[in-house]
Design a protein around this ligand. Structure first.
Ligand code: SF4
Length: 392
């Protein structure tokens, strides 16, 4: 049998590969929250056995979801793996599971809570597992932008669209204002529908997914897009710029996918002749333009499954997933697009000690780290999610 690690080269480490978040600084937010219980030590040799035993004791009462970017040590306990929307749907399809343990980040657990029944409880093993992109769009900032559109008299022409990677508050705002949620797989369909409802789209919170979809898939010019910066007065845009724009992009991005640069693409093409560059649409516009293929995590997984033996691929997405794919396909040369490590630091907050702790708490009759979305927000968010499911 081939050595499964023979084609994989681990990127070099960087000082900021895993950024530690603050601790105890703001208990009300998803960041800086200490785990309320006693975590097992990471060095505990019985962690795998403890997780296995706790999961077995809970049986069908628990359903463990694992996002593609999670660590292997956690993924091994997932009942299902997938992207954020697929996981939320899987949770909704298991109404008998009393506890949904979501190995992912905060906005994903919120979506699962919105889509599951009231008696099911969604648990995030580490409350500090947030998402830097979702955090870049705060409800008050978005409402301020909308008020500007109203003052300018353009709000009736604007359809808000939010990427799945946003808080429940933002999804609720979009639902209240007759918009739609999208994923990286259906962004083009969501934008096509939106431009049938109005002449402008207000795209939250990922500027890159919005720009890449509008320009590369729908034929808009870069000049049709403007960038609304919530940290500048009036978003940093003039009245005329807002009136003329077709795509008003929120200034947000993914700190993981934003790390890939045009130099990464040039460097790998020089180093590996014939390499296929495959990137996620959260990457910057120049990177996506320079790539051979672009697609969601599910697309990336399928493309590599279908790739011929012996082909070479440089993949621009989160490192845990790329490594797992490389090890699953030892007959293909699969490498990370960048030379240095690029984990999602918040996804990596969910490690085996946190999972063991959460499962053992459930076995002991305590329900830790429950993620709850208030009823009004959930109802509004569901309108925007249902609109996504109804997209033609
Ligand atoms: S990979 Fe990017 S978008 Fe996904 S959870 Fe991490 S920071 Fe958020």
């Amino acid at each position: 049998m081939a050595n499964v690690t023979s084609t994989w080269t681990e990127p070099s480490n960087t000082a900021t590969a895993l950024l530690l978040l603050g601790r105890g600084t703001d208990p009300a937010s998803e960041r800086g929250v200490d785990c309320p219980g006693d975590l097992p030590a990471p060095s505990d040799p019985d962690l795998v056995a403890r997780a296995t035993a706790a999961k077995a004791a809970l049986g069908d009462r628990v359903f463990v979801l694992g996002h593609h970017y999670q660590r292997d040590e956690v993924i091994q306990f997932a009942d299902v793996t997938g992207d954020s929307f697929k996981l939320a749907q899987q949770a909704a399809a298991r109404p008998d599971a009393e506890f949904i343990v979501f190995c992912g980040v905060h906005f994903m657990a919120e979506s699962a809570d919105i889509l599951t029944t009231a008696r099911q409880r969604v648990i995030l093993p580490d409350l500090a597992a947030g998402c830097s992109m979702a955090d870049m769009a705060v409800l008050g900032q978005v409402e301020t932008a909308w008020e500007r559109f109203e003052d300018l008299g353009i709000a009736a022409d604007v359809v808000p669209v939010t990427y799945m990677n946003s808080s429940a508050d933002i999804k609720g705002f979009v639902g209240r204002n007759k918009g739609v949620v999208c994923t990286s797989s259906n962004a083009k369909r969501a934008l096509t529908w939106s431009f049938e409802q109005g002449s402008k789209v207000f795209f939250l919170p990922d500027q890159h997914l919005g720009r890449n979809t509008a320009v590369l898939e729908m034929g808009f010019d870069l000049d049709d897009c403007v960038l609304y910066d919530p940290h500048k007065p009036g978003g940093g845009l003039t009245d005329d710029e807002l009136r003329d724009a077709r795509m008003i992009l929120w200034r947000g991005h993914c700190s993981v996918h934003g790390r890939f640069t045009l130099d990464s693409v040039r460097e790998v093409r020089e180093r590996v002749p014939g390499v296929n560059v495959l990137v996620h649409p959260e990457c910057r516009h120049d990177v996506v333009r320079a790539a051979d293929q672009v697609g969601s995590t599910e697309y990336i997984i399928k493309a590599l499954d279908a790739a011929p033996s012996g082909s070479a691929w440089a993949v621009g997405t989160e490192l845990n997933l790329v490594r797992r794919l490389a090890l699953a396909h030892p007959d293909k040369q699969i490498m990370f697009l960048d030379r240095t490590v690029c984990y999602c630091s918040t996804m990596n907050r969910i490690d085996l000690p946190h999972l063991v702790w959460a499962l053992e708490e459930l076995v002991a009759g305590r329900v830790p780290n429950v993620i709850t979305v208030d009823e009004e927000t959930a109802a509004n968010a569901r309108v925007a999610l249902d609109q996504m499911l109804a997209l033609p």
